[in-house]
Design a protein around this ligand. Sequence first.
Ligand code: HEC
Ligand code: HEC
Length: 263
Amino acid sequence: MKEEKMEKMSRREFLVGTGGFAAGAAVGAVLGGGVFNLLPAAAAEATYPYPYVKLDPEKVRKYGYELYYQGGCMYGAASAIIKALAEEVGAPFSSFPVDMFKYGAGGVAGWGTICGTVNGAAAVINLVAPKPEAFPMISELLGWYSETPLPSKKLDAIAKFQDQAQSVATTPLCHSSVSNWCEASGQKESSPQRLDRCAKLTGDVAAKAVELLNAWKDGKFAPVYKVPAETAKCMGCHVGKDSMLNNSFGKMNCTSCHDDHTK
Ligand code: HEC
Ligand code: HEC
C-alpha cells in the first residue's frame, strides 16, 4: 500500500516536472527525503523563497554550457543553477517549470535587450533570496557582466571552440554583448562560433551567480561593482529625484550609447 502511494507520488512529480533531470531528482527526494508524508503539500505549495544550499560553481558552469544548447541562454543559466539545487535538495527545485525561461533567448524573444544569461541567473537569485537581498546581488552580476572580458577560458576543455576572442559588453544588453564580440572575433552572428561563445557565457554567468549566492549564504556577500565615474556624472544631473533634471533612468554606461555633451 505504502509502495503504491509512493509510486503515485513519484508519478505526480514526474508530471509536474519538466526536464529529465527534474524527474530523477524528484524521485531521489521522495525516496530519500525522510519527510515522506509532507511531500505532497510541499510540492503543491512550495513556500517562497526557495531554500539555497551552497553549490560548486564549476559544476554549474558546465551545466550552463550544456543546457544552453538545449534551450538557449536564459534557459541555460537558470536551469543550470536549478538543476544543481535539485540534485542537492530535490523538491521544490525538482519540479520547477524551467521551460518558462526559454522566452529570454536572444535578449527576450530575439530583441537583443537584456542578455538572457543574466536574466536567467537573476531570476534564480530572486527565487532563493527576497528582493532586498536579491537586488544587490543582481546589480553586482549585471555590473560584472558589463565590464568583464568574456567568455572565460574555463570551459575550453569541453567546448566546441577553444581560445575564443573575448569582448566587453559595456552594458547588460544582448545587443552590445553579441555585437562587440562579433567585432572582436571577426565572426558572424549566425556562426557556430558565436553560439559556442554564448554557451560559454551562459556557464560563466551561472557560475558567477553561484559565487555571489555562496558568499551571501555565508553572510559574506559584499558588492564590489561601482558605477563608472563618467556614468555617475551623467546620473548626477539626469537620474534620481535629487538630480537636476530627474528625466532618465538606469545604471548602464551612458556613453556607450550617448555622446558626453558636457565635454
Ligand atoms: C551638469 C548637468 C549635466 C550633466 C553632468 C550631464 N547632462 Fe545631459 N543634459 C543636461 C541638460 C541641462 C540637458 C538639456 C536638457 C533639456 O534641454 O531638457 C541635457 C541633455 C541631455 C540629453 C538630451 C539630448 C541632448 O544632447 O541634448 C542627453 C541624451 C544627455 N543629456 C545625456 C547625458 C550624458 C550621457 C551625460 C554624461 C556623459 C550627461 N548627459 C551629463 C545636463 C547634464
Ligand atoms: C543602450 C543604449 C543607451 C544607454 C546605455 C543609455 N541610453 Fe539614454 N537613450 C537611449 C535611447 C535609444 C534613447 C531614445 C533616443 C530617441 O528616441 O531619440 C535614449 C534617450 C535618452 C534621453 C532623452 C533624449 C532626448 O533627446 O531628450 C536622455 C536624457 C538619456 N537617454 C540619458 C541617458 C543617461 C543619463 C544614461 C546613463 C545613465 C543613458 N541615457 C544610457 C539609449 C541609451
